[in-house]
Design a protein around this ligand. Structure first.
Ligand code: GDP
Ligand code: MG
Length: 348
């Protein structure tokens, strides 16, 4: 491994007092390391059935994101989602590799009794934390732990124009403590621009009234610059998106869009909807921060709870519930419950 060449080269024989030390090469060293290691980035998509969640997963991969990658294409009808399913793509650009995984979930809240209907989702999220924790405390620790933790959870809100449903509120309240929640308004092509703006305003107010902390959370703004930038984003949220995996010819260009009574709504046109805004927010401006908040806040909370439970870690069971006390009756089905209805893409 070569020493920081610039630093040594500059002063002839190592560093001299008051000479050039080469601290500014740290950034380049970090860049090289990071590029070699690559990134994992995991987005989860949640909401009621029929809001266009699976379509948006396809849209993400078919839009700019996947034009970078290969192997995604062809027309196919989206089947009803019946299990939690992760789709991964390795995307490479400018020598940087990113494994983007989108975790699609079945519509929840479709039952008559919706009590605790977010359980499978929070279990999935916690299970990824548990996996990571296990790797971290392993004696033979991997040099780089594969990261399957959910870095953000897009929560789809129905474009009713009225208000949030009780279930939306309950879900976001519960889950905002374990994961970065980003609320989005689904199928926004079904609203006029005025309706859309009014609805966005109303949803923001309701979220505030109920004390729901969505991402980017006020309390984690690092400094004034951060705060100003995030304030602008918070004022524009929730992003009103449109999904489609169909292409149309517009002004001689093929674009992803939806045909409506007043023409083709172009998914990636920022004048038509906020899909591109959302995508750039997730990938271009806040990807690293989403990962950091996940690791430093949500995972840390999980880890602290696990370690505190009995003053020691115990991996007799994959559950995050405290289990190390021999006197306590063992919850016998917990492990199997965790896997109920969940399938894991072996490729993750
Ligand atoms: P999911 O149950 O949330 O996964 O919803 P799907 O992606 O399966 O979509 C349900 C239906 O809504 C399909 O007929 C889609 O073509 C349609 N759809 C998806 N996204 C949009 C959208 O942005 N606008 C409109 N108008 N329809 C959409
Ligand atoms: Mg679906």
């Amino acid at each position: 491994r070569s020493a920081p060449e610039q630093g040594l080269g500059h002063s002839g024989s190592g560093s001299t007092l008051l000479g050039y030390i080469g601290i500014d090469t740290i950034i380049e060293q970090m860049r090289k390391k990071t590029m070699k290691a690559g990134f994992d980035f995991n987005i989860m998509i949640v909401g009621h059935s029929g809001l266009g969640k699976s379509t948006l997963v396809n849209t993400l991969f078919k839009s700019q994101v996947s034009r970078w990658s290969s192997g995604w294409g062809g027309e196919h009808k989206i089947p009803k989602t019946v299990e939690i399913k992760a789709v991964s793509h390795v995307i490479e650009e400018g020598g940087v590799k990113m494994k983007l995984t989108v975790i699609d979930t079945p519509g929840f809240g479709d039952q008559i009794n919706n009590e605790n209907c977010w359980d499978p989702i929070s279990k999935y999220i916690n299970e990824q934390y548990e996996k990571f924790l296990k790797e971290e405390v392993n004696i033979a620790r991997k040099k780089r732990i594969p990261d399957t933790r959910v870095h953000c959870c897009l929560y789809f809100i129905s474009p009713t124009g009225h208000s949030l449903r009780q279930l939306d509120i309950e879900f976001m309240k519960h889950l905002s403590r374990v994961v970065n929640i980003i609320p989005v308004i689904a199928k926004s092509d079904t609203m006029t621009p005025d309706e859309k703006n009014e609805f966005k305003h109303r949803v923001r107010k309701e979220l505030e009234t109920h004390g729901i902390e969505y991402y980017p959370q006020n309390e984690f703004d690092d400094d004034m610059e951060d705060k100003n930038e995030n304030d602008k984003i918070r004022e524009a949220m929730p992003f009103a998106v449109v999904g489609s995996d169909k292409e149309f010819q517009v002004n001689g260009k093929r674009v992803l869009g939806r045909k409506t009574a007043w023409g083709v709504v172009e998914v990636e046109n920022p004048n038509h909807c906020e899909f591109a805004l959302l995508r750039d927010f997730l990938i271009r401006s806040h990807l690293q921060d989403l990962k950091e908040v996940t690791h430093n806040i949500h995972y840390e909370t999980y880890r602290a709870r696990r370690l505190n439970d009995n003053g020691e870690l115990s991996f007799q069971n994959t559950s995050y519930v405290s289990l190390s006390s021999a006197h306590r009756p063992k919850p016998p089905t917990l492990t199997s419950q965790l896997h109920l209805g969940l399938t894991f893409d072996p490729a993750i």
